[in-house]
Design a protein around this ligand. Structure first.
Ligand SMILES: Nc1ncnc2c1ncn2[C@@H]1O[C@H](COP(=O)(O)OP(=O)(O)OP(=O)(O)O)[C@@H](O)[C@H]1O
Ligand SMILES: [Mg+2]
Length: 342
């Protein structure tokens, strides 16, 4: 059996189960990730969206095992090919980063060594993790530079990161991420710092390379049109939790959570039915002492008494999607009402 059906039957590459990350801060313990579960199957791109501070980066950093010093995983599992990464030591994680999981950050300069030639940085992973000789690793780096569209790779191999433009640096990061044939690449807003034309080129490149190599992606972004462009599925985070997830089209065109509806309304281009952009009123919840019940209820125009007190775990809906909203049908009603309004 081949193709997506086989992959789905084989189970997810990555399964995150009830992950919690806490950060000790001056004003108390920040519950930055508070019970996140997600699955990624081989070759798929999962989008992770939500307002600033909702826990997207912390989720990725926990998966990669690179949390900031004050942060720690307090419970949950991160199963990569069925094996839990949470209890692993840093040296065991070092053996996984590169050949199994790679990450691409928003600002490539922070991940690149400014005083090391670019070609050598790309070649380092294959040397360390795959045991390649110096010359074989250099050949691999040149090949990757060609694949990611860096012109004149033989000359560029010897250049330093500051000699590259932002877009070219992000191509270098993609080459590095792919260099040890990982199963999954975690992308934290990799194109946000680039101008729109370059952003589009990088996204197409990333999507194509991952398709060709059957690599899975988790793609964090604020940009819903970007999710629509490259992600088959999307998970929406609010206040450290996933509050809705499912197929990208379902979620973005027909949300079943008022927060997602708010995101879609405040984003250009996703939904052509609306002309004006409507920001979500209010501000994100405190992650030190989040509101009881649904964390979105103080900002939600559909909220009822039960939303203030009832726990709101994700519930499976028909079609394989899920929502944490107790009154999700109100979204469909609101959308239907708007569509008949001239
Ligand atoms: N080093 C830190 N110390 C204390 N709190 C932190 C630290 N880094 C992040 N946080 C808090 O953890 C929560 C989750 O942050 P995270 O960076 O994951 O958000 P995000 O969804 O990636 O936001 P953005 O879209 O702005 O990148 C936020 O409330 C943030 O204030
Ligand atoms: Mg972030």
């Amino acid at each position: 059996m081949t193709g997506p059906t086989a992959a789905a039957a084989a189970g997810p590459i990555l399964a995150v189960r009830d992950l919690r990350v806490q950060i000790s801060g001056r004003r108390g313990t920040v519950r930055a990730v508070d019970g996140v579960s997600l699955d990624v199957v081989r070759g798929e791109a999962l989008g992770l969206v939500g307002e600033s501070g909702s826990g997207k980066s912390m989720t990725l950093r926990a998966i990669l095992g690179v949390l900031p010093p004050d942060a720690r995983v307090t419970s949950g599992q991160i199963l990569l090919d069925g094996a839990d990464l949470v209890p692993l030591s840093q040296s065991a994680l070092n053996r996984i980063r590169g050949p199994k999981i790679a990450m691409i950050f928003q600002e490539p300069m922070s991940a690149l060594n400014p005083v090391m030639r670019v070609g050598h940085q790309i070649a380092e992973g294959p040397r360390v993790h795959l045991g390649y000789s110096r010359s074989k690793a250099a050949e691999r780096a040149l090949d990757l530079m060609r694949r990611v569209g860096i012109p004149d790779p033989e000359r560029r191999f010897r250049a330093y990161p500051h000699e590259f433009s932002g877009g070219m640096r992000q191509r270098v990061m993609i080459a590095m991420a792919l260099s040890c044939d990982p199963e999954i690449i975690l992308c934290d807003e990799p194109t946000t710092a680039l101008d729109v034309t370059i952003q589009d080129q990088i996204l197409r490149l990333l999507a194509r390379l991952c398709r060709e190599s059957d690599v899975s992606l988790i793609f964090v972004t604020h940009d819903l049109p970007v999710v629509a462009q490259i992600c088959q599925r999307v998970a929406v985070m609010y206040g450290g939790q996933i509050i809705e997830h499912g197929d990208t089209r379902d979620i973005l065109l027909d949300p079943r959570h008022p927060y997602t509806l708010g995101l879609v309304r405040s984003a250009p281009d996703v939904e052509q039915v609306r002309e004006s952009l409507v920001p979500i009123p209010g501000s994100p919840p405190s992650l030190v002492s989040p509101p009881p019940g649904c964390r979105f209820h103080p900002r939600c125009s559909f909220a009822e008494e039960d939303c203030r007190v009832m726990p709101t775990p994700l519930r499976l809906l028909p079609g394989g999607r899920s929502t944490a909203c107790l009154h999700y049908e109100r979204c469909a009603e609101a959308l239907a009402a708007e569509q008949v309004t001239p």
